[in-house]
Design a protein around this ligand. Structure first.
Ligand SMILES: Cc1cc2nc3c(=O)[nH]c(=O)nc-3n(C[C@H](O)[C@H](O)[C@H](O)COP(=O)(O)OP(=O)(O)OC[C@H]3O[C@@H](n4cnc5c(N)ncnc54)[C@H](O)[C@@H]3O)c2cc1C
Length: 571
């Protein structure tokens, strides 16, 4: 393994929307910036997303001061979709205040009409309308984008971050980057679950790297599960993107029952008429109910009212003009999959979508290690708006630190130690237990079975025990025959760390809240649980503790709220 050394003012890890936006900000300070991206840049969350407008579009019709207030309050309350009063209110206010101008600014980077993206297309192409022009722009501004550069660790000296190491996924060279500041923007960890609609490279690398270095983590129990993922034998686990067709779907269990009313409070005037769009049928928009729909689907299957592991989504009544209203959307997917949605219902079951928690950051995106900053899904928030807002803030903070800092030489012994970790994997012989693909699949399967959408104490404890065994095998046996396999091996070990954090935090949170479901605690407990769960590696062990969630002006209702559709037990 040859070693190559690079020097820069700021290193950005990850070329999704957060990393790209951070790098643009850093270039405004006229500082050198390297963006290390372990893949092509097309296999990230930002490129498969539905579009930057997402939820915000509902609020653009409001006058702005009212719009900001509405965005902030929605962020805190979370509808039935997110974390329901469990988020830091100051961060939500920042997000509400800054997201609209930063979305509008995308037009300057060549993104065509960011307020009106109709970019729903086959997976891998949906938000390319945003990230595509930004790749071009960020490089025109002078950022050095290094593709196939997998970062495996950060370098620290006297408790500060002084750079990072990794390897070139094509040549296999060991790479050292000396940097005055580092911005972590590695995205989420959805690939840790067997069922997911996230890109293959979303393996929680930044979460694991930060944790291993003693950085404080936050809210790791919150992984959202998307309802709309196909669960048909011999069919890929594709996501059904938002579309007119999706909002008119008839969702039934194996008995043909419309089961959603058992899980959600119906809105005023709900018609419950099959074929009516959700906001008319249930009196609530579909977007505000994804977590509830996912929970409902999973409970139906768990309690034996599913069919072959899924529930039925019937699109057969959708008129031709509605399908064709989005020619690149759902109809395009239909053609791709050779599945006749227009004549028979399709089975669906939820899968992992995004990580709400991650590296604990301050308002300025500082982590608990000086000179290491973080933004995007690796830190706080799981959508393009948070990604933009905290991407800008992480870039700005990194630049401000770098402007006033002198370069610091990393400790050569530490560099060698990190190189040895990779060499150990590449020098192992192929063996029966250490195949990185098999280890990855074992983590994914275990996560789905024991840390999936519906959790219990028993399942979490069993899963954690089994995870220990997988970790042991990975540590002792995992091998890599080429640099691409090394990427897989590294990712598998990150997934193990991420899932240990996720499961331990989920075990600690003895309630159900938004995307976090505990079958043995089927209620939201605001008296006990308006708290963040923090995690840190201390003396080699994973330490978890709680701190009160930072309040704001939105008052949190007191008491316990039973969650509809979950069997209520007396605890
Ligand atoms: C199917 C789907 C639909 C969505 N739809 C919407 C929507 O409509 N609206 C909305 O607002 N949000 C949506 N989201 C959420 C949104 O896409 C994400 O929250 C956001 O894109 C995260 O951006 P990011 O820059 O943090 O991560 P990413 O875009 O994933 O970028 C992270 C990058 O880091 C790279 N990387 C990771 N580890 C390393 C490493 N070790 N070394 C080097 N590089 C590394 C990855 O390869 C990747 O390119 C959706 C998500 C999914 C999965």
């Amino acid at each position: 393994m040859e070693t190559k050394t690079l020097t820069t003012d700021v290193l950005v890890i990850g070329a999704g929307l957060a990393g790209l936006r951070a790098a643009i900000q850093i270039r405004r300070y006229d500082l050198d910036v390297i963006i290390a991206e372990k893949s092509t840049g097309r296999t990230n969350l930002s490129t498969v997303a539905g579009g930057t407008q997402g939820i915000v579009m509902n609020y653009w019709s409001l006058s702005m001061p009212k719009g900001i207030k509405a965005l902030y309050e929605r962020g805190v309350k979370g509808g039935a979709w997110e974390i329901m009063y469990g988020k830091d209110q100051r961060m939500e206010e920042i997000n509400a205040l800054e997201q609209v101008p930063y979305q509008d600014e995308l037009a300057e980077f060549g993104v065509l009409n960011p307020r009106d993206q109709k970019s729903y297309g086959p997976p891998g192409r949906m938000s390319w309308a945003t990230t595509g022009p930004m790749y071009k722009y960020v490089q025109e501004q002078g950022a050095k984008l290094m593709k196939y550069f997998n970062i495996t660790d950060i370098l620290t000296l006297d408790g500060r971050c002084v750079g990072a190491v990794g390897f070139d996924v094509v040549s296999g060279d060991f790479m050292v980057v000396k940097a005055k500041a580092v911005v972590m923007a590695t995205g989420g960890a959805g690939e840790c679950w067997e069922r997911n609609n996230t890109p293959v490279r979303s393996t929680g690398d930044g979460h694991a790297i930060a944790y291993r270095n003693g950085v404080e983590m936050n809210m790791m129990e919150y992984e959202s599960f998307d309802a709309w993922i196909i669960s048909e034998k011999d069919q890929p686990q594709y996501w059904v993107p938002p579309s007119y067709a999706r909002t008119m779907v008839n969702l039934t269990n194996a008995k043909g029952e419309d089961f959603l009313p058992n899980y959600m409070t119906l809105g005023e005037g709900a018609t419950l008429k099959p074929g009516d769009p959700f906001h008319i049928k249930y009196g609530t928009p579909v977007i505000d109910n994804v977590a509830t729909i996912a929970r409902a689907m999973a409970v139906e299957v768990l309690e034996g009212r599913g069919d072959d592991g899924g529930v039925f989504c019937d699109f057969t009544h959708i008129p031709e003009d509605v399908w064709m209203a989005e020619p690149k959307g759902i109809a395009g997917l239909h053609a791709m999959r050779n599945f006749d949605w227009e004549t028979k219902p399709i089975r669906m079951y939820p899968g992992a979508l995004g990580s709400w928690g991650g590296i604990k950051i301050s308002e300025e995106c500082e982590t608990t290690i000086p000179w290491l900053f973080a933004g995007g899904e690796v830190s706080y928030g799981e959508d393009l708006k948070y990604t933009l807002v905290f991407g800008v803030r992480a870039g700005r903070s990194g630049a401000e630190y770098a402007m006033n800092a002198s370069p610091i030489e990393p400790d050569p012994a530490q560099v060698n130690e990190k190189k040895d970790y990779l060499k150990r994997i590449t020098s192992r012989q192929e063996n029966d237990e250490g195949n990185p693909r098999a280890i990855r699949e074992a983590v994914q399967k275990l996560s789905m079975d024991k840390f999936g959408i519906l959790k219990t104490e028993e399942g979490l404890l069993e899963g954690l025990k089994a995870l220990d065994d997988i970790r042991e095998t990975a540590r002792e046996k995992m091998y890599a025959e080429d640099p691409r396999e090394l990427r897989l091996a590294f990712e598998s070990e990150c997934m193990i760390d991420c899932q240990e954090m996720h499961a331990k935090a989920a075990l600690m949170r003895t309630e159900t809240r938004g995307v976090h479901n505990r079958l043995d605690y089927p209620y939201m407990d605001n008296d006990l649980w308006i708290k963040d769960i923090r995690i840190k590696k201390q003396n080699g062990d994973m330490k978890l503790w709680t701190v009160p969630t930072r309040p704001g002006y939105v008052k949190v209702p007191k008491g316990r709220t039973p969650i509809m559709g979950l069997k209520q037990m007396d605890k």
